[in-house]
Design a protein around this ligand. Structure first.
Ligand code: ARG
Ligand code: ZN
Length: 871
């Protein structure tokens, strides 16, 4: 138990900064255990007040504090564990401080730390205070000049902006001076120092300026940065073409590091990436890796405008940059890889992570109103639901007005820190519309439930639609108001052909209904035949839709809905119903056969894209199914899902075998979307074949693994072998480890694969792996590969009836919290859903949460999540 009760920070308490900083000069003397940081701040009192100057600073060893050249006596300032306070500061002055820090022993990976013998930083959200005393808040924007000095073995010395000076120094030392002309908050500061290889390129912008592009990686790895470089150039062009945004400095740098708490960070002109989201070649990276690299490179680059040039006034506005930037990267990926396939993947991720969050004790609005540790709010709600809100905005006002509103936002707020209100005001100003009702999407947590009932009158040729919405209560928000919910809708006839209709006298193939009341009725006229309703096309809002559609309607959609998202969704709905029926002991074998047949037809549809077919073949995940079963019984879900997979496998054997042979790759590897789609379908076919563990399947999977010429196929083979188990699997695992033991990113995959194994033996294996010489809890990628994969992607074994899976996770959380609270906190979530599970399981989950919350010396991060999960 923490002896103090940490006090929450509240949006309602926001006050502008008492002092502003116009210029910052930082001097780093880098040394692994004793780095000296001198800061020279040009400070100005903000408005008329007599408040003291209060600067954040944590884990800093004070050396000196001076104002206008005069060293302050101890009585003139106070230094405690969190702040430097100077009571009688002048109205305008230069503050000079010096501190010492220990990057080598910084295992929280926040502030300045070392990874692989190189210096690097991570400051968002509040890491800069571990580097020097500073007003560590996003609404203090300042111009940074940074001098870095170090031993010459730290060959590259990098910071934000432009290099303005560099040179050799006596004693084997050297230095570099960087200046960033754009005022920025300190969370966007970055520094890197070390021996690195660099991949260089250039890009000519829309106004003809040449920008140098550099990606810095571990020595020897430069060829593996080629795909990230390609993705960067495409992102830069796309942002010019789609949003009219041009890059603003003459240099853009990315550095890859192996020890990183998150995915990547948009520091101005110097993005820092987790190497797992940057390095790729066919031998070591899967198509999924390529896809994520493309989207994260784009995401961080897009932040240059939505995040850096325009930043957040306070951390409650996090979605202002994150939701918007996810929307931008998803739009980019859709343009690169196909809109329907991208939308399906985005919605799968949204449901898996954000819908689950909304159903649990950690549910919070896209713009929360209080927190203990902001780091706990880098959530699927802020990011993914934040993106959905922007997407709805665009759907509601149309693409032209959306672009105008964005243009106005860039024009009005460039160089400032602002709020979500001001963002939305730009769209109100360009459309003349009122967004008051819409704003509730930012303030109200929970996934709305929308119901749709249809009645067709053949004589009148009318279709009456009755829609209703309701949002279940979430912590702190017992009652909810109706939201404006865009529902894109079309009709099909019994053969799946588009059925035209009229709405308010206007002929249409598709229409947008905005449900902004608790319920509404809409009548469509001129409907010539009994229709199948295709509602919420493209997943036009982040809601749970229930309809009175019959299974036969779903089959019509699965075969021919013009909206590919809904074609896929129909298949998922059918599969979900079949699996849940089985899980409740009511298997419907006739319907299962019918489903298998329909899937077979969809697989043989020559017109449809392999990537899309691969998605059709994948059944809803176990966690997706758990959300639809109350209380959730993970063992029953696992067994039922496996049973349906076996049936599909038996029914579709020939089709699957044909795909597996027919899609064999002959030419050179290409990471492009079409080639990746063919590999995805081939591996999905193998995966389903492996649901039927005959001897031949083992041979097939083993052959697939051995013949693999790229990591996508190697992992496809290995994961099929995992399903089959036995010697073939064990031998392949050993072979894989031996082959790749020098490649950390590949060994992460080896750990993650074993963590996903649904076999009874998996928990023991996972626990054993924590003692493997290659396991390293200090490295977040390795830790997540094993522990987070197990807790999030192996429900059958995590929810072991003994509670041993929960105990294992809690032990890991407590161990990691001792040195890396941010990463420890991210492991709490799988226990958070305890109320949704069978009471026997829920009680065991709760017990572990109580054990965590009751532990002495817990970080604020883990304390906040564990106590909220119990509340
Ligand atoms: N802004 C980074 C991004 O691009 C993520 C930073 C994560 N920081 C944190 N404290 N969780 O999404
Ligand atoms: Zn981001």
């Amino acid at each position: 138990m923490r002896t103090d009760t940490p006090q929450p920070i509240r949006l309602a308490d926001y006050a502008p900064p008492a002092f502003l900083i116009d210029e910052v000069r930082l001097d780093f003397d880098l040394a692994p255990n004793t780095t000296r940081v001198k800061a020279k701040l040009t400070v100005r009192r903000n408005g008329e007040h007599a408040q003291p100057l209060v600067l954040n600073g944590e884990r800093l060893k004070p050396v000196s504090v001076a104002i206008d050249g005069r060293v302050l006596a101890e009585a003139e300032r106070t230094i405690d564990a969190e702040f430097l306070t100077i009571p009688n500061a002048p109205d305008a002055f230069v503050l000079e401080t010096e501190v010492e820090i220990d990057p080598e022993n910084n295992k929280a990976l926040e502030g300045l730390y070392m990874s692989g013998g190189r210096f690097c930083t991570q400051c968002e959200a509040e890491g800069f205070r571990k580097i020097t005393w500073y007003p560590d808040r996003p609404d203090v924007l300042s111009r940074f000049t940074v001098r870095i000095e170090a031993d010459r073995k730290f060959r590259h010395l990098l910071s934000n902006g432009n290099l303005i000076d560099a040179g050799e120094l006596p004693g084997g030392r050297h230095f570099a001076v960087w200046n960033d002309p754009f005022p920025k908050p300190c969370y966007l500061f970055a520094l890197v120092g070390g021996e690195l290889d660099v991949l260089e390129d250039k890009l000519v912008t829309m106004t003809g300026r040449t920008v140098d592009l550099r990606i810095y990686v571990d020595p020897g790895m430069a060829p593996r940065a080629a795909y990230a470089m390609d993705a960067l150039k495409r992102s830069m062009k796309w942002d010019e073409e789609t949003f009219g945004r041009e890059y603003d400095l003459d240099l853009f740098m990315i550095v890859a590091v192996r020890d990183f708490n998150f995915g990547a960070m948009e520091n101005k002109g110097l993005n820092i990436f987790n190497s797992s989201l940057l390095l790729a070649d066919p031998a070591t990276a899967t198509d999924m890796d390529y896809e994520r690299i493309e989207s994260v490179v784009a995401h961080e680059y897009f932040h240059n405008w939505t995040g850096d040039r325009i930043t957040c006034r306070d951390w409650f506005q996090l979605c202002l940059k994150e939701g918007l930037t996810v929307f931008r990267d998803q739009s980019f990926s859709a343009d690169m890889r196909g809109h329907a396939v991208q939308r399906i993947k985005d919605v799968k991720a949204l449901r898996a992570r954000q819908f689950a969050e909304d159903q649990g004790p950690l549910a919070h609005p896209v713009r929360p109103s209080s927190y203990l540790k902001i780091d706990n709010f880098y959530t699927a709600t802020i990011y993914e639901k934040g993106s959905e809100v922007i997407r709805m905005l665009k759907t509601l006002i149309g693409p032209e007005a959306f672009r105008k509103g964005m243009d106005l936002y860039f024009e009005r707020w460039d160089g400032h820190a602002t709020t979500v209100e001001e963002f939305i005001r730009c769209f109100a100003d360009v459309t003349g519309r009122d967004f008051e009702g819409f704003f509730a999407w930012y303030e109200q947590a929970g996934t709305p439930r929308v119901s749709l009932k249809q009645s067709y009158d053949a004589a009148a040729r009318t279709l009456e639609l009755e829609l209703a919405q309701e949002t279940p209560p979430t912590p702190g928000q017992p009652t909810k108001k109706p939201l404006p919910i865009p529902v894109t809708l079309g009709l099909l006839d019994g053969d799946g052909r588009t059925l035209a209709f009229e709405r308010d006298g206007q002929a249409a193939d598709e229409t947008l209904i905005v449900l902004d009341q608790a319920s509404a009725k809409v009548t469509l006229t001129g409907v010539d035949a009994a229709p199948v309703v295709s509602a919420l096309r493209g997943f036009s809002s982040p809601v749970e839709l229930t309809t009175d559609a019959r299974a036969s309607d779903r089959y019509v959609q699965l075969a021919g809905d013009a909206d590919l998202f809904n074609r896929w969704e129909a298949g998922q709905e059918l599969a979900r119903a079949l699996i849940l029926a089985r899980a409740k002991g009511a298997a419907d074998e006739v319907s299962e056969e019918r489903y298998a047949e329909a899937l077979g037809r969809a697989l043989n549809d020559q017109a449809s894209d392999p990537a899309f077919k691969a998605l059709l073949l994948a059944l809803p995940s176990e966690s997706d199914l758990a959300l639809a079963m109350a209380p959730a019984d993970p063992a029953a879900i696992h067994a039922a899902r496996d049973a349906l997979r076996l049936r599909l496998s038996l029914h579709l054997t020939e089709d699957l075998q044909r795909l597996h042979i027919g899609l064999q790759e002959l030419g050179e590897f290409s990471p492009d979307a079409a080639s990746a789609g063919r590999r995805a379908l081939r591996n999905a076919a193998l995966d389903l074949l492996a649901a039927n563990p005959r001897a031949e399947t083992g041979e097939l999977a083993d052959g697939h693994y051995r013949a693999a010429a790229n990591m996508t196929d190697a992992m496809g083979g290995l994961s099929a072998l995992m399903q089959i188990g036995g010697d073939l699997y064990e031998n392949a695992l050993t072979d894989f480890f031996q082959r790749w033991k020098a490649e950390p990113l590949v060994i992460d995959k080896w750990f993650a694969l074993q963590a996903r194994d649904p076999d009874e033996s998996a928990l023991g294996r996972v626990m054993g792996l924590t003692a493997h010489p290659a396991f390293d809890e200090k490295n977040p990628n390795r830790l997540r590969a094993l522990v987070s994969t197990f807790a999030n992607f192996n429900p059958a074994r995590f929810h072991d009836p003994s509670g041993a899976g929960y105990r294992f996770l809690a032990d890991q959380i407590l161990a990691v919290d001792g040195f890396n609270p941010m990463t420890a906190a991210r492991l709490v979530e799988p226990l958070g859903g305890w109320r949704r599970y069978k009471p026997e399981l829920g009680a065991l989950m709760r017990k572990e949460l109580e054990r965590i919350a009751g532990t002495e010396g817990l970080s604020k991060n883990v304390y906040e999540l564990a106590t909220k999960a119990l509340a």
